[in-house]
Design a protein around this ligand. Structure first.
Ligand SMILES: [Zn+2]
Ligand SMILES: [Zn+2]
Length: 163
């Protein structure tokens, strides 16, 4: 998967790809969206059952909502190392634009790296080009580079060095 390679490169951590073993819970018919919290519950239960301590990121095609947010690109639950990313709004087609695999892959990778960054202990960053900046729109996501700013990079290196 090119996405996992990009995420590994952005964060300088190892990543492996697996088929989703978790049942998609939390679908709300009236919204045609999935409650991101319910998915995180499922991942949390799965990790617990299989005694997985490493961060787990689930990538789904369903559109996600959470709390008062009409939608979220992704969500992380740091305390249990579980994260989820939705690809529903990451394709150009969703916005009536010409499709592009490169754009799509870049966006999934940036969102994935962002959520895994949280799982590893990074907070949001005010640098609009940093992976850890919180984007509210596709344009804000696209403005980000596929790299951590120097401050977040150093923070993550300290965290990783502690093991
Ligand atoms: Zn975030
Ligand atoms: Zn940063």
């Amino acid at each position: 998967m090119p996405v996992s390679r990009l995420i590994s490169a952005m964060l300088n951590v190892k990543a492996t790809v697996a088929e989703n073993p978790v049942r998609i819970m939390g679908y709300v018919v009236a919204r045609r969206q999935v409650d991101a919290q319910a998915l995180l519950d499922s991942i949390q239960a799965y990790k617990h059952r299989h005694r997985i301590s490493a961060p787990v990121l689930l990538v789904v095609h369903q559109d996600l909502f959470w709390n008062g947010n009409s939608f979220v690109f992704g969500l992380a639950r740091e305390t249990v190392g579980a994260g989820v990313v939705s690809t529903a709004r990451l394709g150009n087609e969703y916005y009536g634009r010409q499709g592009s695999d490169d754009d799509y892959i870049d966006r999934i990778a940036k969102e994935g790296a962002h959520e895994i960054g949280h799982l590893l202990g990074l907070p949001h960053c005010s640098d609009r080009e940093c992976v850890m900046f919180k984007p509210d729109t596709l344009d804000e996501l696209d403005r980000k580079k596929k790299v951590l700013c120097p401050v977040c990079r150093e923070q993550l290196d300290v965290i990783l060095a502690k093991g």
